[in-house]
Design a protein. Sequence first.
Length: 414
Amino acid sequence: MKTLIKFGEDAKKASRYLALASTKEKNNALRMMSLAILNNIDEILSANQKDLAAAKKNNIPETLLDRLILNVDRLQEMADGLNQIADLPDPIGVVDGMWKNEAGLTIGKQSVPLGVIGIIYESRPNVTTDAGGLCFKSGNAVILRGGKEAIYSNKALIKILQSTLATTGFPTACLQLVEDTSRETAREMMRLNRYLDVLIPRGGARLIQTVMETATVPVIETGTGNCHVYIDKDAQLKMATDIIVNAKCSRPSVCNAAETLLIHEDVAVEFLPIIEKALAEYTVELRADKKAFQLLEKSILATKEDWETEFLDFILAVKVVSSLDEAITHINQYSTGHSEAIVTDNYFSGQQFHREVDSSTVYINASTRFTDGFEFGFGAEIGISTQKLHARGPMGLAELTSSKYIVFGEGQIR
């Protein structure tokens, strides 16, 4: 079996080749990858069925099973994502200004690839194409280590993508998959400093915490989403209902789904019965503070742990607050820094919420479910960064680059 050291050596070589590739060459390969996915739908779906069968045998919850499922529509979205990445401007080689210093040197700052990116992720096969396409377009070789839940799907996708790379003249090591899904291999990858320039975990809180505590490779923290929606006293209640139902129920297993609902006390008596009825259609379990508990027909009392939890399920924590300030304080205390929303017709309340909530993405009158690279026009995303260095929020092509300074002189010495 190929060792991680060999993966790293091959990726380093491939990254040097890829960094010099032209935009036209990269875009052509991406479009060919997109076509290859659509030409091999049956093979990919057959592999995915093996993963689904194993997942059901292991009693994986339905909400998490949703992350694993591939179908024709999702494969079309993955193929469209690769084409959209090809349509985007190449982030490599962009010069961010030129200036002269007192010595007469002409100095420019130019974007360059990060080099070799490692990605550890769980049961989402779409990450294989999203991450592969973004890293490729931004000139980075990538080593992928998916979870055991999606191993057959990932192997099928990598086989197809690597075949396309070879056909278009690129080293297949531009895009590699570690097929050993053991924890030992994952931990070894977290310490592959000699070869990995950055490591990006995508998955649940436990995975991300493990990577942050174990890795010696530089890490970009992504994914965990304890997201909030706050209903202000000046909210349109029909709008608020639509936003909450979408943010909680459209795909509860993803990181941009809402986990906590905060409601101003001035509208709680009127609004809580409305939203309870709307959420009951999806069998959402409500975990309420004492004030909300008294206004709801069916709920359980929330614990402190509920305010801190990313449920990834049809569960919603509910709290009545006395003011916008209390809502903001609660969010900043318990949020993971992902996405938060306010529903209000008050311009000043919206602006205060926007200024004071310390998360990567803040919405005024919109669902948190839009925090997504595809929705933001990035073609796809490498992940949602919840830290502040070096990237924050949905990470697209620009966030997968570094920079170097180009200095032109005429014999100057210092």
